[in-house]
Design a protein around this ligand. Structure first.
Ligand SMILES: [Mg+2]
Length: 237
């Protein structure tokens, strides 16, 4: 199938970071699944274990924001609440935490082709990263990714809402149709970008966080492109 290229008047490309440039949520999913298995093995109904985790996670994220420190807090708190009822040794929790921290501290590992794509695109376009989460944690991931020298500017925000996109356009006085957003989240990346008249490239990721799930508002939008993996991005430019 012929690739429907993006127009040459696009000057600015904004990349989401987590689960677009590098896998991130996979490690959260892995830890969560191992954590739930502990309680199921100790006799708890799986549905109840999952619901307990999800309810507490939702509340904790609303109160304390995103990031791995909060995730660790969630695991510890749910453990504290359930362990008087179900016998799960503390060492089992510690093992999950250790494993999770190991990924966090060694990461991020870029998706295949990312380094090459960014190096190439930065010679023709102004590149940016727009990521949500705790400032220091996201800042550190970007620094360690090795991609920072190719970025014109970094935007780290607590939440990627419509105000953020509106603010970017106003602050830089960008014409919306010169901007393209590349990301894995319909809710945080694709819908708001299209709503403001930007172009968008949607690259779904199977382990996208459930709190980030949403549908594409206008799946046939003429300014939207779909890719299976980021390594195909150069075909669009
Ligand atoms: Mg993402």
């Amino acid at each position: 199938m012929a690739v429907h290229k993006l127009p040459s008047h696009i000057q600015h490309i904004i990349f989401d970071a987590d689960d677009t440039l590098w896998p991130n949520n996979y490690y959260f999913v892995e830890a969560t699944e191992n954590f739930i298995r502990l309680w199921v093995n100790a006799g708890m109904e799986e549905k109840a274990a999952r619901q307990t985790f999800l309810d507490f996670e939702k509340k904790a994220v609303a109160e304390r924001g995103y990031g791995s420190a909060n995730f660790i807090y969630i695991l510890q708190e749910v453990y504290r609440r359930l362990s008087p009822v179900y016998k799960v040794p503390r060492s089992s929790l510690d093992l999950i935490l250790q494993n999770f921290k190991k990924h966090r501290d060694n990461g991020p590992v870029l998706f295949p082709g990312v380094r090459q794509i960014i190096e190439t695109l930065h010679t023709t376009h102004a590149l940016y990263i727009l990521t949500k989460g705790r400032h220091e944690e996201q800042r550190e991931k970007i620094r360690r990714s090795g991609l920072e020298p190719f970025m014109k500017e970094l935007f780290i925000v607590p939440e990627k809402d419509v105000e953020v996109y509106a603010g970017l356009l106003t602050k830089h006085q960008w014409r919306p149709d010169t901007v393209c957003m590349v990301g894995n989240s319909p809710k945080s990346d694709i819908n708001p970008a299209l709503r403001f008249g930007m172009y968008a490239v949607y690259i779904p990721y199977e382990h996208t966080w459930h709190l980030d799930h949403d549908t594409i508002e206008q799946p046939d939008h003429p300014q939207l492109r779909y890719l299976e993996r980021i390594s195909e991005l150069p075909e669009l430019f």
